[in-house]
Design a protein around this ligand. Structure first.
Ligand code: SF4
Length: 96
């Protein structure tokens, strides 16, 4: 599979993987990754790459400024016909 060119512009390039896959079970465990993703110029591409996975395989990590639980909700909203932007907005307050 070809590596997508947009990945060159990702804010997380060179950062520790553990930031995005925290082992801690605290409520705040995703905060650092989410704050990095918030200003990433390719967060929609990143999100859609993971959204295309089967949700059964998408249980860990922060991608595209979303947690696994938020992505489950976003998948549902996309299937209902919302755009990525609309689905993000609607699921922004889903508890992590
Ligand atoms: S949105 Fe994706 S590509 Fe961008 S910093 Fe977050 S994990 Fe990395």
């Amino acid at each position: 599979m070809a590596v997508q060119a947009w990945r060159d512009n990702a804010r997380c390039v060179g950062m520790a993987t553990e930031i995005f896959f925290p082992e801690s079970l605290t409520e705040a465990r995703f905060d650092k990754a989410l704050s990095i993703c918030a200003s990433c110029p390719v967060k929609d591409q990143c999100l859609m790459l993971v959204i295309e996975l089967d949700d059964v395989d998408d249980r860990w990590g922060v991608f595209g400024e979303t947690t696994p639980k938020q992505r489950r909700h976003i998948r549902y909203e996309l299937q209902r016909g919302l755009t990525v932007t609309q689905a993000r907005k609607k699921c922004a307050n889903v508890k992590r």
